[in-house]
Write a protein that binds this ligand. Structure first.
Ligand SMILES: Nc1nc2c(ncn2[C@@H]2O[C@H](COP(=O)(O)OP(=O)(O)OP(=O)(O)O)[C@@H](O)[C@H]2O)c(=O)[nH]1
Ligand SMILES: [Mg+2]
Length: 452
């Protein structure tokens, strides 16, 4: 049933001062009245002290606080009760059981937000932003999610939608009077409107690589010769001793991955085995793993210790050849700066020292700039596309807008050309969630937590 009463714990189970339970749906207040005493739905949005009682056994469960939010002024848009019970493992579970015994059904993951979307309280992009805000591990992720929750991207798409409708209106005259040679709308006007809409879509699509990276974390692979100081730098960037460091070349065999926030941006840092020709089977396997990571990297941090020449990989003659063979951008650093008497300030390659920390702040900034330069340039105001779902919908819209223009050039009649604009609008509507098929909703809400 679409609006049957559902209930869930909105806070994580475990030892805590309080826990929050949400109950929502048609009949939610009746359910609450069976388990909460006294219950006053006629005092909306006011917190009241209640006893939680199991409706079947009469057993007292907790002394709690309840607030009710009558439809439509609630998170879900349906009647909603928020119950703050004491925390811990037992009390919230018992309160939940009491509400289920009183007639509510345990909610599926994301079901509250799904109802909010279906009731028009949130659009689909905002619902996704809610999940992103909860999952944010880096400040830049949280800021971006908050901006999307504030309808930043939704507003931009609505503008775009309005522009496409405007374009449709411009050619409507030709649809109504197909035999007129000269419509009242100059072709240049149609061309200008088309260009503007197309440019807007292209700008949004261009933010997708970094926007998606912002949700996943940029894959930063640290590479270089054995003993170059990779693991030391990895630990220094993480701020903890995660990888083993020794003076023996070939210490790191397997790739080690760890999450790090640099300059507020999320990264997946990978320390790899030093690149060289090796007779040791295990080390060779490690080097193969490193190569696979290098192929998948969003960016590479290439370490050179004083005296290193080239990556030493045999088949690549020198560092430049190694670097040129990479798809991802490469940041080169000279490690162990403290061992170099006076680092030449004119050196184009920056120096860092994992021992003294010299150069690390600049390196962090540089890495954030390389991985997220476009986002940094856009600031937090310009909307950004953060999911494959967004990018795919915009690419569909882009293709349709181009097909519209081609149809015009081929002299296809206006009504037929306009179907491409309709299709582009459809793609945007799917994206915002105007009329959203169940399959899309299932995909979006599958990753939500229970109680959200
Ligand atoms: N003085 C100084 N020594 C360093 C610095 N960074 C690393 N070392 C030393 O260099 C040696 C190798 O460091 P690692 O971090 O293990 O180097 P690696 O590149 O991970 O080496 P492999 O895993 O064997 O490829 C160790 O003895 C470190 O103590 C540094 O900034 N200054
Ligand atoms: Mg190492």
């Amino acid at each position: 049933m679409l609006s049957d009463p559902i209930v869930a714990l909105a806070t994580p189970p475990g030892r805590s001062a309080i826990a929050l339970i949400r109950l929502s749906g048609r009949g939610a207040f009746d359910v609450a009245a069976r388990a909460l005493h006294p219950f006053h739905p006629d005092h909306p949005r006011t917190v009241r002290r209640v006893r939680v009682v199991h409706p079947a056994t009469g057993e007292p469960v907790d002394d709690a606080l309840a607030a009710c939010f009558p439809a439509p002024r609630s998170y879900t848009g349906d009647d909603l009760v928020e119950l703050s019970t004491h925390g811990g493992l037992l009390v919230p579970a018992a309160a939940l059981a009491a509400l289920v015994a009183a007639g509510a059904r345990p909610a599926a993951p994301g079901e509250f937000s799904r109802r909010a979307v279906l009731n028009g309280k949130l659009d689909l992009l905002q619902a996704e932003a809610t999940a992103d805000l909860i999952d944010a591990g880096a400040p830049a992720q949280a800021r971006r999610a908050l901006q999307q929750l504030d309808r930043g991207l939704s507003r931009r798409l609505e503008q775009l939608r309005a522009e496409l409708i405007e374009l449709e209106a411009l050619i409507a005259y030709e649809i109504d009077f197909p035999d007129e040679d000269e419509g009242p709308v100059a072709p240049e006007r149609v061309e200008r409107a088309w260009r503007a809409a197309r440019e807007r879509i292209a700008q949004l699509i261009a933010t997708a690589p970094e926007g998606e990276r912002l949700r996943e974390g940029a894959l930063l692979v640290i590479a270089g010769r054995p003993n170059a100081g990779k693991s030391s730098l990895f630990n220094a960037l993480l701020g903890r001793e995660r990888a083993i460091v020794t003076e023996v070349p070939g210490t790191t065999r397997d790739a080690i991955e760890a999450y790090a926030v640099l300059e507020g941006f999320p990264f997946r840092l990978v320390d790899t085995a030093g690149l060289r020709e090796s007779d040791d089977g295990v080390e060779r396997m490690g080097i193969d793993v490193a190569r696979r990571y290098l192929d998948a990297a969003d960016l590479i941090l290439f370490c050179e210790a004083p005296g290193d020449e080239g990556p030493g990989t045999g088949d690549e003659a020198d560092r430049d050849a190694f670097l040129a063979a990479r798809h991802a951008p490469v940041v080169v650093v000279r490690t162990k700066a403290d061992l170099v008497p006076v680092p030449r300030p004119s050196s184009p390659v920056p120096f860092v020292s994992a021992v003294t920390g010299a150069g690390l702040a600049d390196l962090r900034r540089n890495l954030a700039e390389v991985a997220y330069g476009r986002l940094l340039g856009l600031g937090d105001v310009e909307p950004v596309v953060t999911r494959a779902r967004h990018r795919e919908a915009l690419e569909r819209a882009f293709a349709e807008v181009n097909a519209f223009r081609e149809a015009r050039e081929r002299g296809v009649d206006a009504a037929a050309a306009a179907t491409h604009l309709r299709a582009a609008l459809g793609a945007l509507d799917d994206l915002i969630g105007v009329v959203t098929p169940d399959a899309i909703l299932d995909r979006v809400f599958a990753t939500f937590c229970v109680g959200k």
